[in-house]
Design a protein around this ligand. Sequence first.
Ligand SMILES: O=C(O)[C@@](O)(COP(=O)(O)O)[C@H](O)[C@H](O)COP(=O)(O)O
Ligand SMILES: [Mg+2]
Length: 401
Amino acid sequence: MADAVATYYFRPKEGITPEWAAKAIAEEQTTGTWTDVSTREEYVHYLDGQVGKITPSGDGYQVAIRYPAEIFEIGNIPQYLSVFAGNLFGLSRIAGVRLLDVEFPKEIIPFKGPKFGIEGVRKLVGTTDRPHVGTIIKPKVGLNPKDTAEVAYEAAIGGVDLIKDDETLTDQKFCPISERLPAVMEKLDQVKSETGRNVLYAVNISTAGDKILERARQAKEMGANMLMIDVIVCGFDAVRVIAEDPSINLPLHIHRTMHAAITRNREHGIAMRPFCRLVRMLGGDQLHTGTVSGKMEHDMQELIGDNRTLTHPWHGIKSVFPVSSGGIHPGGVVEEIRVLGSDLILQAGGGIHGHPDGTRAGATAMRQAVDAAMEEIPLATYAEDHNELRRALEKWGKVKV
Ligand SMILES: O=C(O)[C@@](O)(COP(=O)(O)O)[C@H](O)[C@H](O)COP(=O)(O)O
Ligand SMILES: [Mg+2]
């Protein structure tokens, strides 16, 4: 069986050699600890982590550590994470260590991956190559089910392909799923009969581990056409549980709220790339990865690589739609598409509901910006005879990255 290979950036503390630090990581994550122990029988050494070539990188070093496939309990994602992303982060003689990526051999991926993927989601929405436009209901929380459905209708009739709950909205008393979901789906049925367009609504089913499957099944019963999971706070395996359930068969929109506590620090933590691989193998159909023009901290080269990890051929597993979200507005759309391509979901909350003429105009302005980009017409030119876009550019301007 092929091994898994994890690549780390690390910076040893003063007086500690990179060789010592790399070995400490490999030991800590496999059969070793801080001192030699008499109980480590010869026959366990086939599970030892193997330190690869150490190369200088910025203020620190990069190293690839090989983990024998036998160390993994096949299919147990929490156990996988404990090996390549476990205690190593706490080792005091290492000033900082960041997991950059993991090469997973097929043998340790007994999962089916996305049920829909980019192709399947495009089929549901009826597109072939243009980016999808999505919106997040704003304000994040507080609206009652009736007003939520009204906002959803305005965004859908304005042209969005996707509507989603915000990451903090679940089943609170002021907007219970049992009222919100049917109300929104009724409005989307109305949009379908008025326009022929099939708009997806990602209802947020994030909840406790022992409840999430039942909540997903109930949402399906209530007519959901897409589900949303906050993967970091729910746990990666929650995605697998929902994706693998044959009775659910709905596309999964994966939000990564809390990720930045782990991914943002370039000296210490876990980059987004390993999370992209996990979400892809476990069955997420869409995943937030970041923007090049928005409000959240981002690194363009890392982001391009993360999106490639979701969309490029990989062990025969379906692709995942990257979601560019967070401070997105029509003035940034052209740059997002120029840098990240058109297999992309451009998602705007403030950038749609903050439009001077309201949600419907905001949605239309986003679609117009996408059309301008796809037809390679300068945004300002396109805005001359597209009023919604013109008004958006007046308010937020154009972005250049
Ligand atoms: O709450 C928000 O901020 C958003 O709804 C965006 O709203 P706006 O469009 O109004 O900014 C999303 O949660 C972020 O995109 C998450 O960040 P990321 O995609 O980086 O995980
Ligand atoms: Mg949000």
